[in-house]
Design a protein around this ligand. Structure first.
Ligand code: FAD
Length: 434
C-alpha cells in the first residue's frame, strides 16, 4: 500500500490486488474474545523513522503511545530480567568473563557499518568467535532460535547484526532502557486509515481474489484472478513472497526461478491467549529450555495495558518453523494441547481456567532468512525477464530485520527506483543486472 501511495503521488494510477478480504497481510488483526488486536505482535521503535513519517501522513501521530518495557530470560527454570545495564551485570547464567565478552560482541556489532562481509560467516561461528561457545549456547543460540526457530543454524552473521542494531536503537541512550510504541487500536487502526487515504487519492483496490497468473508483453502485463477473470495493466509489481512469484509467473527464465527458489523462508504458528491475570510483565521473554515448544513469550499487555483488553492480559506464544516442519500438519487444538501445559509449567501460578480466549495464527512465508552470501546468491532483483513485471518484496531487505519500518522504507526506495522504469517501458536484460 505504501508503494501504491508513492506511485500515485508521482501521477501513476495503481490498483492494489489482495487475496484476503482486506489488505494488511502479516500486520492484519483478528478477534480474540471480545477484543480485536494484531494477529502477530507488533511494536514501533523511536528509530522507525519511515513508519513514523507514514503515521503522521495518516494523521495518527497523536494516537501513538510510548512506554518503557522490560525483557526477560527463562533459563534453568528461573526468570531473569535483562532490561538494564545493572540486570546485565547481575545476570547469573554468565560469569564475569563471559559478560565482558558479550558486551564486547555487542560493542563490535554496533560499530559495523557495512554488514555485507558478515554474510560470509554463519551467525553461530561469528558469535562463538566473539562471545565464546558457552555464551553462544546459553544466550545467543536461544535468542537466534526465538527469531529463526529451526533455521537458526542457517543464518549468516548479518542477521544477528541487524537484530543487535535494531535492539540497540530501541534503548534510549543514557538510561539504556527499552522503549516501544503502538498506535491506539494497533494495526486495526492503521490499516483501514491507510486504505481510506489511498482510496481518496484515487488508488483502486481489488480484494478477496487471489492472483493466479501474471504475464507480460511489450505493451503491458496481464493478471489472472482466481475467479477466472483477467485484468490488463501497463506494469505489474509483485509484492508477494518469492515462492508465490515462482508460482504466478511461469514465464520466468530458469536462472531467475532458481534464484527466487534459493530464498529460504521461515514461517510461524503463533497462538495468542487472553488471560485473567498478567504473567511476568516482560514484553518479551526469551526461552532457553528445550522442552518449551514455543520460542518466546510476548506479553503485549506489558506495553499496551490490560484496560484495552477488558482487564485481561494478551500473550503471544510464537513458534518459528521451517517449511518442512511437521508442526504445520497439527490442528489448532493439537498445538494448544502442547503449548498450554508448557505455559502452565513455566508459570506455576497460572491455571488453565485463567485462559479467557485463544486463537492460533499461522503464516507460511514470513521472513526470508539471511543465509550465507544472501546478497550475492539469493537477493531478488527488482527487474524480471518478463516484460513490464517487477518485484518489490521483503526478501529484498538484506541488511535488516523484518519489520514494518523496513517494509515502508523498502517501498519508498523502490518507488523512486521504479518510477523512471515505469514511465518508459522497455525490454530489460536480466543477465545484465545479475
Ligand atoms: C510474529 C511477527 C511479529 C512481528 N513483529 C513486528 C514488530 O514488532 N514490529 C514491526 O514493525 N513489524 C513486525 N512484524 C513484521 C511485519 O508484520 C511485516 O514486516 C510486514 O507486515 C510485511 O509486510 P509485507 O507487505 O512485506 O508482506 P505481507 O504482510 O506478507 O503481505 C503480502 C500480501 O500479499 C498477499 N498475497 C499473497 N499472495 C497473493 C496472491 N496470489 N494474490 C493476491 N494477494 C496475495 C497476502 O494476502 C498479503 O496481504 C512482525 C511479523 C510477524 C509475523
Amino acid at each position: 500500500m505504501t508503494l501504491a501511495h508513492r506511485l500515485r503521488a508521482a501521477g501513476l494510477q495503481p490498483t492494489v490486488l489482495e487475496a484476503a478480504p482486506q489488505p494488511g497481510g502479516l500486520a492484519s488483526s483478528q478477534n480474540i474474545g471480545a477484543c480485536r488486536w494484531d494477529r502477530f505482535y507488533h511494536v514501533i521503535l523511536l528509530s522507525d523513522r519511515e513508519l513514523l513519517a507514514l503515521l503522521s501522513e495518516l494523521g495518527l501521530g497523536e494516537k501513538l503511545n510510548w512506554g518503557y518495557t522490560r525483557s526477560g530470560f527463562y533459563t534453568d527454570g528461573s526468570f531473569y530480567s535483562l532490561s538494564s545495564s545493572l540486570d546485565f551485570v547481575r545476570f547469573p547464567p554468565l560469569n564475569v568473563w563471559e559478560k565482558g565478552r558479550l558486551a564486547w560482541t555487542i560493542l563490535q556489532a554496533s560499530r559495523i557499518q557495512d554488514p555485507l562481509p558478515l554474510e560470509r560467516e554463519t551467525a553461530a561461528a561469528w558469535l562463538c568467535r566473539l562471545s565464546g561457545r558457552r555464551t553462544y549456547q546459553r544466550l545467543w543460540r536461544p535468542l537466534l532460535r526465538s527469531k529463526l526457530g529451526e533455521n537458526a543454524d542457517r543464518a549468516s552473521a548479518a542477521f544477528i547484526w541487524a537484530i543487535i542494531a535494531r535492539m540497540y536503537a530501541a534503548r534510549r541512550s543514557g538510561l539504556k532502557r527499552e522503549m516501544f510504541g503502538y498506535v491506539d487500536g494497533g494495526y486495526a487502526t492503521i490499516l483501514p486509515r491507510l486504505r481510506e487515504m489511498l482510496t481518496r487519492e484515487g488508488v483502486d483496490f481489488v480484494c478477496g481474489q487471489p492472483v493466479t497468473n501474471v504475464s507480460g508483453w511489450d505493451g503491458g502485463a496481464q493478471v489472472r484472478l482466481a475467479d477466472g477473470s483477467s485484468l490488463d495493466f501497463d506494469t505489474v509489481v509483485l509484492t508477494v513472497p518469492c515462492p508465490q512469484i515462482v508460482k504466478l509467473c511461469p514465464d520466468l527464465e530458469s536462472g531467475e526461478r532458481s534464484r527466487l527458489e534459493s530464498v529460504v523462508y521461515q514461517g510461524i504458528v503463533c497462538p495468542s491467549l487472553l488471560l485473567h491475570k498478567p504473567l511476568r510483565s516482560y514484553y518479551v521473554t526469551s526461552i532457553t529450555e528445550e522442552w518449551v515448544p514455543f520460542t518466546a513469550v510476548i506479553e503485549m499487555t506489558a506495553l499496551v495495558g490490560p484496560e484495552r483488553f477488558g482487564g485481561s492480559s494478551l500473550v503471544y506464544l510464537p513458534r518459528y518453523l521451517s517449511q518442512s516442519s511437521p508442526v504445520w500438519q497439527k490442528t489448532d487444538t493439537e498445538i494448544m494441547n502442547e503449548f498450554v501445559p508448557a505455559l502452565l509449567r513455566m508459570y506455576p501460578d497460572l491455571r488453565e481456567s485463567d485462559i479467557v480466549a485463544w486463537q492460533v495464527a499461522r503464516a507460511r512465508e514470513v521472513l526470508a532468512v539471511s543465509t550465507l552470501n544472501y546478497s550475492r546468491d539469493s537477493l531478488p532483483p527488482t527487474r524480471t525477464s518478463i516484460e513490464n513485471v517487477f518485484i518489490v518484496n521483503s526478501a529484498q531487505i538484506s541488511a535488516g530485520t523484518l519489520n514494518v519500518n523496513e517494509t515502508v522504507a523498502l517501498a519508498n526506495r523502490k518507488a523512486a527506483e521504479l518510477l523512471p522504469l515505469l514511465r518508459q517501458p522497455r525490454r530489460f536484460s536480466v543477465e545484465a543486472e545479475a
